[in-house]
Write a protein that binds this ligand. Structure first.
Ligand code: LRH
Ligand code: MN
Ligand code: MN
Length: 394
């Protein structure tokens, strides 16, 4: 059975695609690497202002990436209001503020869960600094990923660590303004290898439920055991209205942080199908669609452009699923028919549709080519000679 989307369905898909936004991580524009080597690259930003200028290029060519997420202290500046003005001058705004609990010697045995109250207070206080950055930049979301955990059975009490975590999170949540939201990310392993203190969506959700309505879960697509059905988790969190954000990236093995949609475009489509079905694609739905990637060997700006386009293509395919035909097949118990409806949408070439939408918005239909032809890469390579390049830890 082959189904085709009606003209009305295509019009609705176009409207939804016009409204879609994707948030970019500032750290994608700095140098990154593996534990073996960080490769420098010409033109890499030397400070947060240059990272934002580069992120603005991604928005200029795709038209759907209007926010940049900061990581503190990687994006430390003296004047955050000036950084927000700089973003506005470049046609973008500051998105989520990420705290960083993974690069300080004091956190060897944990941060928010550390056995020593002095270290826990230091970790809580770091979030108060992040809330100040939110106030100065107009950001509404504090994003927290906890690297805490243990490496050996018996190293610490699993239960006591959860209690300390709950107390620390409650202090942070209490420091938020009324229009702020806390989003809590989980990860099943790394940097701890025996037990992570927030290893899964269930643990994150339990802490969010204890905190209050303005606490939601972040789903990083690289943070699950191989074979995990991520779209199932999406469906569960959306049902509870607790899906706060995505960190999109691809993985083949672990937390690879490769370009979204590069390793498994079908998984990205299945995730976006859950999003579209639940009607939470809309920018006012409270779900922030963000990238969390590193470009270790490929050029960073086109790497982000490619990822944005991959998410957009997966979204377009999900929007083209013939919902009526799918519903009818599901109700009739037509296993192959229902699967066929989904596959028809997945196998549709949506690139002409997206190119058409870009032209309609005054953009070049081919963002990759247009960026390459723009001369921006040569310009920053010439301008940014000397000085420390920004990267992990800088
Ligand atoms: C942890 C993580 C988290 C961090 C980012 C740099 O693996 O996904 O979101 O903030 O990487
Ligand atoms: Mn992440
Ligand atoms: Mn990660």
């Amino acid at each position: 059975m082959t189904t085709t989307t009606s003209a009305a369905g295509t019009a609705a898909a176009r409207d939804a695609l016009r409204a879609q936004t994707i948030e970019l991580p500032s750290w994608a524009f700095g140098n990154s690497g593996t534990r073996f080597k960080v490769f420098g690259s010409p033109g890499t930003p030397r400070d947060p202002f240059e990272k934002i200028a580069d992120a603005a290029q991604v928005n200029a060519f795709t038209g759907i990436a209007p926010r940049v997420s900061l990581h503190i202290p990687w994006d430390l500046v003296d004047d955050y209001e000036a950084l927000a003005r700089h973003a506005a001058d470049h046609g973008v705004s500051i998105g989520m503020i990420n705290s960083n609990l993974f690069q300080d010697d004091d956190y060897k045995l944990g941060s928010l869960t550390h056995p020593d109250a002095v270290v826990r207070k230091k970790a809580v206080d770091h979030h108060l600094q992040c809330v100040d950055v939110m106030r100065a930049t107009g950001s509404k979301e504090l994003k927290l990923w906890l690297p805490d955990g243990t490496n050996y059975p018996g190293q610490d009490s699993i239960r006591a660590r959860q209690d300390r975590l709950a107390d620390s999170l409650a202090e942070i949540y209490a420091a938020l303004d009324d229009d702020h939201q806390l989003v809590l990310e989980y990860k099943f392993f790394e940097p701890a290898f025996y037990s992570m203190d927030i290893p899964d969506w269930g643990t994150s959700l339990l802490h969010c439920l204890a905190l209050g309505d303005r606490a939601k879960v972040v789903l990083d697509t690289g943070h699950h055991a191989p074979g995990t059905n991520i779209e199932f988790i999406v469906a569960q969190l959306v049902r509870q209205r607790r899906l706060g954000a995505f960190d999109f990236n691809s993985r083949f093995y672990a937390d690879d942080d490769l370009m979204a949609g590069a390793a498994d475009p079908f998984q990205l489509f299945r995730i976006m199908h859950e999003i579209v079905q639940a009607d939470v694609l809309r920018p006012d739905s409270g779900v922030n669609f963000m990238l969390d990637q590193c470009h270790n060997i490929e050029a960073k700006i086109p790497g982000q452009i490619r990822s944005v386009m991959n998410v957009q293509e997966a979204t377009a395919k999900a929007l083209l699923v013939d919902a009526a035909a799918l519903d009818a097949a599901q109700r009739a118990g037509d296993v192959l028919g229902a699967n066929g409806v989904l596959m028809d949408a997945y196998n549709t070439d949506v690139r002409p549709l997206l190119a058409d939408l870009r032209v309609e918005q005054g953009l070049d239909p081919n963002p990759m080519q247009a960026y390459a032809a723009s001369g921006y890469a040569a310009k920053i390579e010439a301008e940014r000679v000397g000085g420390a390049q920004a990267g992990w830890g800088a």
